[in-house]
Design a protein around this ligand. Structure first.
Ligand code: PEP
Ligand code: MN
Length: 264
């Protein structure tokens, strides 16, 4: 179902509030890594919206490497997300790690994110395929492009055709960056599949000063959008501060992305 042989023309996914992913417009999904508080989400959302971001991101359930690290606000965070989306007239995206969370998220958010660590959690994929909200499926950090497409197939085969693929960096021998963002994946995916493809330069490189460069490269290589972390005070962030853009950096980047989008 994901292949170009099955469907030739690009899939355009209608989110909510007139946002279409996979069409002519490049979408920037931005916000904090985690929903840390109502104020943080509202403040960051305002910055994102004013700079031209179209979708608000933020995790309520966080897949942290350490069990002692901040795990997210859970349902309380989702309530803040719903509220911020309404206030700012923006669709929202947040991650589900379990089948139960998929059901919860489909009540509060507009796009359900399946994280890299869960790309091959097949029960989770089936649950995401059984509900109606669009799904952003992240590539596992040790998964091939073909495995990503097979995981997408799990969602599609349950009847949900609104799947957005996301390259977020893979593990390589390179240790001077957090992950290696596989830009190659974009043209390859675009040939194999009709589904929209977005890139995540924040996790992809993991170093604030280089995130903007990789965001521009994402658009140049043909992505339908990007998902990016922004925080008003990254030094205080409860997760992924070192890769979160400062508001000023985000505003400048948005202007540059416009120029890149016009050139491609
Ligand atoms: C995130 O988007 O904050 C996240 C945890 O992403 P990934 O699953 O790509 O690590
Ligand atoms: Mn993060």
């Amino acid at each position: 179902l994901a292949s170009r042989e099955f469907k030739r023309e690009n899939t355009v996914i209608k989110v909510s509030r007139n946002v279409d992913i996979g069409g002519k417009k490049i979408h920037v999904m931005a916000g904090p890594c985690a929903i840390e508080s109502r104020d943080l989400l509202n403040d960051t959302g305002k910055i994102v919206k004013e700079a031209g971001g179209t979708i608000l991101r933020g995790g309520a359930f966080k897949p942290r490497s350490s069990p002692y690290a901040f795990q997210g606000l859970g349902e309380e965070g989702l309530k803040y997300m719903e509220e911020a989306g309404e206030k700012l007239h923006m669709p929202t995206i947040s991650e589900a790690m379990t089948v139960d969370q998929v059901e919860l998220l489909s009540k509060y958010c507009d796009i359900i994110q399946i994280g890299a660590r869960n790309m091959q959690n097949y029960d989770l994929l089936k649950a995401a395929g059984k509900q109606k909200k669009p799904v952003l499926l992240k590539r596992g950090m040790a998964a091939t492009v073909k495995e990503l497409l097979l995981s997408a197939e799990y969602i599609l085969s349950q009847g949900n055709y609104d799947v957005i693929l996301c390259e977020r960096g893979i593990r390589t021998f390179e240790d001077s960056t957090r992950f290696t963002m596989d830009l190659n994946a974009v043209p390859v995916l675009k040939k194999f599949t009709h589904l929209p493809v977005v890139l995540d330069p924040s996790h992809g490189i993991g170093i604030r000063e280089h995130v903007g460069t990789m965001a521009k490269a994402s658009i140049a290589v043909g992505a339908d959008g990007i998902i990016i972390e922004v925080h008003p005070r990254p030094e205080e962030a409860l997760s992924d501060g070192p890769q979160s853009l400062l508001p000023e950096q985000f505003r400048n980047l948005m202007k540059e992305l416009d120029l890149v989008a016009k050139a491609v």
